[in-house]
Ligand binder design. Sequence first.
Ligand SMILES: [Cu+2]
Length: 140
Amino acid sequence: MHKWAMFILFIAASILGLSVLIFAPPSSGEEVIPEAKDNEIQFILTNFKFDKDEYRVRAGEPVILTMINRQGTHGVMVQGTDINLLKDNPSQEVVFEEPGEYMLLCSVMCGTGHADMVAKLIVEEPLEDGDAAETNEQAA
Ligand SMILES: [Cu+2]
């Protein structure tokens, strides 16, 4: 009789364990990444790299820079500016006035691959009026 009770307990525990596995929410490592807004640049960071080698923005236009830690804890520093996106302030709206190139660096000492975490931010020439007119003609 006692054995049966133990057996039933064991089965119940197994079912409970299994249901936890099946219904558990995804772990933070598989976090769903929010869709980027039209003028948003997302830097998606893993150990130990940026999701892209180059990111492009347009000079003179407001852009939202967002840092997303997909794996590990990192930060994004735009060299030569005071922009430093960290866990507590992962998003910032900025305007780059002049075309040019910036190095992007990880700003958190994250581990062995920290020094390899670099990418490039390219600020492209502003769109000229001519370009806009051309687009309108094509649309007409
Ligand atoms: Cu780092």
